[in-house]
Design a protein around this ligand. Structure first.
Ligand code: SF4
Length: 110
């Protein structure tokens, strides 16, 4: 019985992942206002305001297009968690994370 539950839970996880892959944000359709980095909003935003409410430190509204965009990339683990939460909650899977590393801060030390 436990094995059956494990198998069906595993299958459900795989189905959810496959569904997610089919409707995930498209990095090739990034909104041009996104700052460079891992997180982006593509061109399917419906302007529901959820990401801007959850994580306004990263998401703003682009007034001309009526779309959200990433105005700052998360850096700390807490910030990444907040951005990931917005990504997960977006009802249209418009927010993506392509794994790009954030730009390194410039230093003047030599
Ligand atoms: S949560 Fe998604 S659909 Fe809603 S405003 Fe943000 S990017 Fe757009």
């Amino acid at each position: 019985m436990i094995l059956m539950n494990f198998t069906s839970n595993r299958q459900a996880d795989i189905l959810r992942l496959n569904r997610r892959k089919q409707i995930m944000a498209n990095r090739n359709d990034r909104h041009p206002a996104n700052v460079p980095g891992a997180y982006y909003v593509d061109d399917t935003c419906t302007d529901c305001d959820l990401c801007r409410s959850l994580a306004p430190q990263f998401f703003l509204r682009h007034e001309e297009s009526g779309s959200s965009y990433v105005h700052r990339q998360p850096v700390t683990p807490e910030e990444v968690a907040a951005a990931e939460e917005a990504l997960r909650q977006c009802p249209t899977d418009t927010i993506g994370n392509d794994g790009t590393l954030p730009p390194r801060p410039q230093t003047t030390d030599h």
